[in-house]
Design a protein around this ligand. Structure first.
Ligand code: PLP
Length: 319
């Protein structure tokens, strides 16, 4: 990836918002090879990492004041930011049954989830797809942790077992930040309903939301290779085993955490007290309340520190 980036450094011209045909094809091939998802190349739009897309998507799709957007009960905070920027109203819900007859413009789901690591099974996803289609709600699935399933196999919203073979009303958001440990390159994409990706492309083109050409070349290298993902997965898996055991030995209960880069843990105490006690040991965690009111008694522990730092944290937890 580094070699592909630097070999492409002589790139003074503007890149296109659609990305090169080679990049789109590399993404199409990867989705088919690794996730049994078939999309056409014109149903893929590269993004400058996925956070910009999450923050701008409601605005780019024309969500406005008076519209409602559903976000998960416990969620990556940028979904809310995107709703605020569009001037719309966010509603937190996990179960569609809790939403009654509402017809939201857009709904976010995220599996494996940040912060909980929860993986939504295909049957659950299929019900959400049906619910969204009945209401004309655009369903957007943030799948940036899709390659990081541990206790279950995560499934894309674009998988035929979930969407019935049609991508109508659906978008899947992906990132190389987690899969390829490439957050610094800002590289991701959105794929799905070709009418929605065409709309997005049109607006992104005129807003100058373009992935730099050298980064596109690095993305082609990344999506063309699975070995580095397995190597990195093995590192995360070993850290996860060690941290999980140390946290349990220290009296924490680990909940969900079936996928992704986090352990979602509780001592049944206020999250700020727990975060503060762990900070006294030199261990930094995220208080669960950052992600929604129902996270008040949990903290999120990340697997992203180095092996040496994770080992030190485990020693401190159990000594
Ligand atoms: C659920 C989720 N979505 C999106 C992102 C954004 O990642 P990036 O902008 O690096 O692709 C993150 C980053 O932590 C995340 O946890």
């Amino acid at each position: 990836m580094q070699r592909a980036l630097s070999a492409a450094a002589d790139a003074p011209g503007y890149p296109t918002a659609a990305g090169t045909p080679q990049l789109r094809q590399a993404i199409v091939n990867w989705l088919a090879r690794r996730h049994e998802v078939r999309v056409q190349a014109d149903a893929v739009v590269p993004t400058i990492g996925s956070k910009e897309l999450v923050g701008l998507l409601p605005t780019l799709l024309g969500v406005r004041a008076g519209d409602t957007v559903v976000v998960p009960e416990l969620a990556y905070p940028t979904y809310d930011i995107g709703v605020l920027l569009a001037g719309a109203q966010a509603v937190r819900a996990d179960a569609v049954t809790a939403l009654g007859p509402a017809r939201p413009r857009l709904m976010w789901i995220n599996s494996p989830a940040n912060p909980t690591g929860q993986i939504l099974p295909a049957e659950h996803l299929a019900k959400v797809v049906a619910w969204a289609r009945e209401r004309g709600t655009i369903l957007v699935s943030d799948e940036c942790y899709l390659d990081l399933g541990w206790d279950a196999q995560p499934v894309s919203v674009l998988h035929p077992s979930v969407c019935g073979g049609s991508h109508d009303g659906l978008l899947a958001v992906h990132s190389l930040s987690k899969r390829s440990n490439l957050a610094g390159y800002r590289a991701g994409f959105v794929a799905g309903d070709p009418r929605l990706t065409a709309d997005l492309l049109e607006v992104r083109k005129h807003a100058g939301l373009l992935v730099p050409w050298p980064v596109q070349q690095a993305m082609i290298a990344a999506y063309g290779d699975d070995e580095h993902v397995e190597t990195q997965r093995a590192r995360y898996s070993a850290r996860r085993d060690d941290l999980r055991k140390a946290l349990q030995d220290a009296g924490f209960t680990v909940e969900h955490s079936a996928g992704g880069l986090y352990l979602w843990v509780t001592q049944n105490a206020d999250c700020w007290q727990t975060a503060s006690a762990l900070a006294d040991l030199g261990i930094l965690v995220a208080p669960g309340a950052f992600y929604g009111p129902t996270g008040e008694r949990h903290v999120r522990v990340a697997l992203t520190a180095t092996d040496e730092r994770i080992a030190a944290a485990c020693r401190r937890l159990t000594s």
